[in-house]
Every structure is written in C-alpha cells, then in structure tokens.
Design a protein around this ligand. Structure first.
Ligand code: GAL
Length: 764
C-alpha cells in the first residue's frame, strides 16, 4: 500500500460536511493522465553526528566526519538493561542530501517525518523551516520555496532527545523511556501545485445490512478550481463502486451507497478493502491517494463489547513500542512481528498502544491480523501548562487523522494516562476526536472511578483484586497486575505461578459480569524505564513476556484462552524442579484449553485432572491445578502431561527431571531480509533440557559471530538470562548471504542463515 500523506494541519468538520457525491456503478472512464503524486522515501544516506554541530545546516557544510546512517535510527545503542537513561538524552545532528527527480519543477515539495524523538528543528538548504515538538506524531514541512530543482539539496535536522518539560509526556516523572533519534521513516512528497489531496476520511455505515454504504470526506490543499474527487472502493484489483463529487470550499464529500457483497472485517477474517481517491481537474487526474479500510460494527453496550453484532469479551495486553538495545527505532518487520506475537502467540484480541500512537506498520499488521486496538495520545499522569495542553490537543488531531482508516482501532484514548480531571482540556480533546472521527468512541484512561466522565466509554486502570464493581455499563479495565507483582523469568516456580494466577483471576472476574467489556493486563513485554521505576536496572519486569519477547508462564494463561480449533495449548505455570522451595508442588498449575490433562511423574500416572472451575468459575478455559507434593518430592523424575479432547490425546509435553542443560537452540524470526539498511530480524537462543523445554537458570556467555552484509544489534558475547537471550540482525545495504553463529561454552554452536534481497533504490 502507498504511504499516506500527512496533513499539514487542521481541518474541516467531517461530520458537518454535506454529502455531495453521487453513486455510479464501477467506473468505465480511464484517467486521462497518470497521477502525479510521488512519495520518495529518504531513509538511506543520512549523515549523523551525536551532538549539536555549529553551522551543520549550511548546504555546503563538510559532513565527511559524520557517520552514514539509515532511519529508523536510534541516536544511541544501549545495553538491554543497567544503562544510564541520560545516555540517549542529547541533541544530535542529521543531514540528508538529495536531488529532485526530473519533472518536479513547478510542483510542491514536502518532507514528511513519521516520528522524531522528541523535537526536531528542520532546515532546507540552510533556511530554517521550524521546530516540531512531539516524538510520536507525524509532521511535515514544505520545501518548495527553497529547493534547488536541478542541483543538490540538503535537509538538516537538529534532533533534541532530552526530556523537555514543554513536550508531552514530560514535565514530571514517567514510567518508560522514550529514547531518541529519527526513529521512524522519512519521505519527500511531490504533489501538484494546482491542488492535491491533503487528507481523507472514510466512514462505513449500515455495516450490519447486506447493502452498507461508505461516506468519504476528502480535504484538498490548493485552489483546485473546477476540480472533482472520485472515490473508488476496490477489493484487491476489482473496483466495487465509484462516486464522484465536486470540490467546494477545499473539500469534497462523497457517498458510495448500497454496496453489494461486502464482507465484514472481523477477528478471524479481517477483510480489508482499498479506498482510492482521485482528484480530477481539467479532464485529467492530477492526484491520487489510497488507504485500506474495513467494514465492521464495533459497539460498547450494556451486554459488553460487540463486534459485528456478537459479544466479544476483550482480552488484551498493553504494549510499549520499545525493544532492547535500539529503543523504538525498529523497522517495519520488527513492528509487525510484535503484532504477530500478540495475536498468534499470546492469542489476545485487543492491544492498547500505551501510552502514545505507535508505528503505522504495527497498526497495519493489526488490521491484517484481526487484532483490535485502543490507541491513545502521549502522556503519563502529568498535565502541563496551556502550551503543553495545546500540544496534546494537536496530538489528538494528528493521531486521529493518521489512523482513522485502521479497521482495527476501536477506541481513541483522549486523556493523559492516569491524570487528574481537567474539564476544559478534556472537553476539547473529546470534541476534536469526535469531530475528526464520528465513527469511533472516545475513552480516557483514568485511575479513579469518580473522575469526570466526558468520554463515550469508561476505561480505568484498576490494580486491585477483586476489581471494583463497574460504575458504568461497558466498563473496560485498561491495566492490572503490572507493578503490583513484577515477575522475572528467573523467578522461582511459586512466584511465576502466582503471576499467572493474578492475570487469570482478573480475567475470571471480568468474565463474571457483562458490564465489564473486558480488560487489558499490564503488560505484554518487559520494558526499559527510568531509574526511579522498575527493578533497579532500568527495566519494569511487568510483562507476561520478557523484553526479548519470550514468554513467561503468565503468557501461557493468555495463550490458553484461545479455542482449540485455533491452537491446542498446554503451558506450564512454572519451571519444573522438584526440590527447590518445594511447597509450590502442592499447587502445580497448567494453562490449557484442553478438556482434561493427564499428569505423569516418572511415567506413573498421578491423576487425570479437569479445569479448575472451582477457582475460575467464569473463564472459558480455566487453568488446571494438581497437587504433586507427594508424587514429585524426589529428584530425577520427568514430568509428562497429555492434553485430552473428547478422550483423545491431542498434545503432549515433557519436562526433564534430570536438571541437566542438554540442548542449545538458535532461531531467527525470518530467513529473508531486504538489504535496505534497516530491515531486521530477531534471533533467539535458548538452553533446553533433552525435551526442548527451557532451562531457566542456564547461564553462559554466548559467543556470536556475524558474517555477511549486516550488523549485529545486541550484546556480543551475550550472557544468558532466564536460560535465553536474543539479538537482532540488521540488514546492510548490499544483498547477499548472512550467517549468524552462536556458540555456547559447553553445548556447541548453531547457525542461522539469512538471505538479503536487493532493496528498491532510493532518491540519491
Ligand atoms: C500504571 C501506568 C503504566 C505502568 C503501570 C505499571 O499506573 O499507567 O504506565 O507504569 O502502572 O504497573
């Protein structure tokens, strides 16, 4: 799909615009000219200096001493924990030369930044264009007046990655790190001077009928005299319907009516369509833009959250966008991988992009996978002065405009996470979100029930157990467990079991009352934080998975809540050991969606057990409990568990009782990368028992050797933690073959091979 253009600013009211379009059957007329919009990525070929450099913005500045880098770029690579958070808080300098393509003269040229942490001052050929403040939202500058149409041009960007109190989320303490750099993609956009499509919104309606409609509101930048806009809905390459309407007052409103054969977007079949807009002027198509949309009805009701007319209990987790070593500077594949992990491995149906808008690649993957999203503005407890609040309001606008086409997004979070009430401020954030997107409800993540309810859906972080009774119908609990029970993958069996239980108990209570729309646990992955939060090593160990995205036992609970037709799941809530702190053996727990489990110790059947409905009366797939105290209070005994459905064994797992490290595994998330200098894959290594199960206390320095056109991001050697570790391999700019070899001190070496495919050339 094409990149979206980022709107320069503020907009006409979508809701207020009259519907002027007319329905026509799928189009017959071919466009008279090829669309002229050109979006030219400029991610490669940046020069970087990790400090402010006097005069660096001048076109002829000699930047040979600058490092050559590719964005997404992190201003500083860091260890995965134990670093000083100030290490990435500095001002840095970036430069990018480019020559415009032939034929650009006479058009308008913009530069679009998808995300720069935390403030960016931009120059073109030595002329200052301005400063954009905000690390999570896209921004653009127009270059037209200052570009050289034939010669070299230089973009210069001074990136301020300090924690500036004038920019959300800063001004007080914050429980996460933002890191720094030009950490999302950049592109030049060349559009017709006579007028171009600045932004558009699509609002599906009557989605539950067999003839839904689609309202399209398009904003045009420029005079566009006598222009019209044509909207075409496509299923793949097949046009379904087209409408065309005049541009008036810088906008066009169109309606596609009575659409036949539309399939709804759902969790199992997330059907997406393409909406293509063409701007016609003087009998020619002068501009074209496209977005993917979906048709679905998402409603919060007293009976719960309903998707396409069916109640779906929301079972989710919060996600921070940061990764070990690189912070947030992770290219598309890494972003998409997180969505895959959440949907396919953790089996959740909703994710909250805590606490800010996240990468478009992540959201695209959520659309494609059928993973619902609650997206919110940047902020954490603190609300600053009027200027600060104006930035937060601007964040609402940029978030909604950037993302309102995503079928996966069902809620806009328009409050600063866990802040006090601010009547005027939050009245404005709500009104703005509703005006820009009348199709989705607002919410605001609060920490006390009595807070003023200005939003459409009541959302609250409730860390207590039992949870508070819902004080509104359609009540979504947006955070629980988290700091109340941090758990490391190296913790003992009793703590790991309790961690899982706390998530399970909350979901059981959420399932007990239809007024709870569901809940999102804190959180999916351990994350880097400030020194005054977390475990004293700059990590909050609040994830059900670790910072490398490897599961802890609590992840097994989320996994086990899927239907067996999706995947048969059997996960232990412990690491198998029969002697250490053995009281826990009285309550050994498994998470499974099987009907029964048969538990064997040392090949002797101890018991066939049923789901623990006494403890979890409301869960569809309760965890299983067994007392192995007597049976297992002995060393050197393997544990074997069979999962049964309709009396048949459908899954079996074994854990060794020998307490010996036997296996060493190395696994990459993909075997193919694009040689664009940014594409990357995680590579995980684990020490296992003879059955392939993790040995959580295995240590050892893993030597890593990378051969070929790529770089290793991570510790090398890597000291195992929780019996495992991970590094990332980032593609270079040359195609070829890359081999990563990992050597364990006693278990030998393993290799993975990656093929690097040629990338599309970029503007030089
Ligand atoms: C919440 C906060 C999260 C995180 C969490 C830890 O209060 O919203 O960002 O700090 O606590 O449990």
């Amino acid at each position: 799909m094409k990149r979206r253009s980022f709107l320069q600013c503020s907009g006409a009211a979508l809701a207020a615009a009259p519907l002027m379009g007319t329905l026509r059957s799928a189009r017959a007329e071919a466009p008279a000219a090829a669309p002229q919009r050109r979006v030219l990525p400029i991610n490669r070929g940046w020069r970087y200096s990790p400090q402010p450099v006097a005069g660096f913005e001048a076109r002829d500045f000699d930047d040979r001493a600058f490092e050559r880098v590719v964005v997404p770029h992190s201003n500083k690579l860091l260890p995965w924990h134990g670093f000083d958070e100030h290490e990435s808080q500095f001002v840095s300098s970036y430069r990018r030369r480019f020559k415009l393509p032939a034929g650009a003269r006479g058009q308008r040229v913009f530069v679009d930044f998808e995300g720069v942490m935390t403030a960016a001052t931009v120059w073109i050929n030595g002329r200052k264009l301005g400063e954009y403040r905000g690390g999570y939202t896209p921004f653009s500058f127009e270059l037209t007046a200052d570009v050289d149409w034939t010669g070299p041009n230089v973009l210069a960007v001074s990136v301020d990655s300090t924690e500036r109190a004038d920019i959300p989320p800063f001004g007080d303490i914050v429980d996460y790190l933002t890191f720094g750099g030009i950490y999302r993609e950049v592109a030049l956009r060349i559009v017709p001077a006579s007028g171009f499509i600045a932004d558009f919104a699509a609002a599906p309606r009557e989605v539950m009928s067999d003839r839904p409609g689609l309202d399209v509101h398009c904003e045009i930048d420029g005079a566009a005299e006598g222009a019209s806009v044509e909207a075409t809905l496509l299923d793949g390459e097949r046009a379904i319907a087209t409408a065309r309407g005049p541009v008036s007052g810088g906008a066009a409103a169109l309606a596609l009516e009575q659409l036949a054969g539309i399939k709804r977007w759902g969790l199992d079949v997330p059907k997406l369509y393409r909406l293509q807009l063409r701007l016609w002027q003087g009998g020619r198509v002068v501009d074209q833009e496209e977005r993917r949309i979906g048709f679905r009805e998402a409603r919060f009701t007293p009976d719960g959250f309903m998707l396409n007319g069916e109640v779906v209990k929301l079972r989710g987790l919060n996600r921070h966008q940061t990764y070990p070593f690189m912070g947030a500077a992770v290219a598309a594949r890494g972003q998409r991988q997180d969505a895959i992990t959440l949907k396919r491995q953790l089996k959740i149906n909703i994710v909250r992009t805590s606490h800010y808008p996240q990468s478009r690649h992540f959201l695209d993957a959520c659309d494609e996978l059928g993973l619902l999203v609650l997206e919110e503005i940047p902020g954490w407890q603190h609300v600053g002065d009027v200027a600060w609040q104006a930035l937060a309001i601007d964040n609402v606008e940029r978030m909604v405009r950037r993302d309102r086409h995503h079928a996966s997004i069902i809620l806009w979070g328009v409050r600063i996470n866990e802040s006090r009430d601010f009547h005027d401020f939050y009245t404005r954030t709500n009104a703005l979100a509703r005006r820009l997107d009348p199709t989705r409800p607002t919410c605001g993540i609060r920490y006390f029930q009595e807070s003023e309810f200005l939003e459409d859906v009541f959302t609250m972080n409730d860390f207590e157990f039992p949870l508070k009774a819902p004080n509104h119908s359609a009540y979504l609990n947006t955070e629980f467990v988290g700091h109340t029970f941090p758990t490391k993958s190296t913790d003992n069996a009793a703590r790991l079991t309790e961690h899982m239980l706390r998530h399970a108990r909350i979901h059981d209570q959420l399932a007990s009352d239809p007024r709870y729309a569901g809940g999102l646990g804190w959180c999916a992955f351990d994350y880097n934080t400030h020194g005054n939060f977390g475990a004293g090593d700059h990590i909050c160990y609040h994830g059900v998975s670790d910072i490398f995205r490897e599961m802890k036992p609590a992840a097994g609970f989320y996994r086990s809540q899927c239907e067996p037709s999706d995947e048969v799941v059997l996960e232990p809530a412990f690491h198998w050991c029969t002697a250490d702190d053995y009281q826990w053996l009285k309550q050994v727990m498994f998470c499974s969606n099987c009907e029964a489990l048969r538990v064997y110790v040392g090949n002797q059947l101890i018991q066939e057990i049923a789901p623990d409905r006494a403890q979890f009366p409301h869960l569809r797939h309760p965890p299983f409990t067994i007392d192995l105290y007597k049976a297992a209070n002995d060393t050197d005994r393997d544990l074997r568990v069979e999962g049964l459905m309709a009396g048949r064994v459908v899954i079996e797992r074994r854990w060794s009782g020998k307490s010996v490290d036997r296996g060493f595994e190395l696994r990459a998330d993909t075997s193919e990368l694009i040689a664009d200098g940014a594409d990357l894959t995680r590579v995980v290594f684990r020490v296992t028992d003879e059955f392939g199960e993790l040995k959580p206390y295995a240590t050892g320095a893993i030597e890593l050797k990378l051969e070929g056109p790529a770089t290793l991001i991570g510790d090398a050697p890597f000291a195992l933690v929780g019996g495992l570790g991970a590094v990332w391999v980032r593609a270079g700019e040359q195609p070829g073959r890359v081999t990563l070899t990992a050597r364990h001190p006693t278990l030998g070496k393993r290799s993975v091979v990656l093929a690097l495919k040629p990338a599309v050339a970029e503007l030089a």
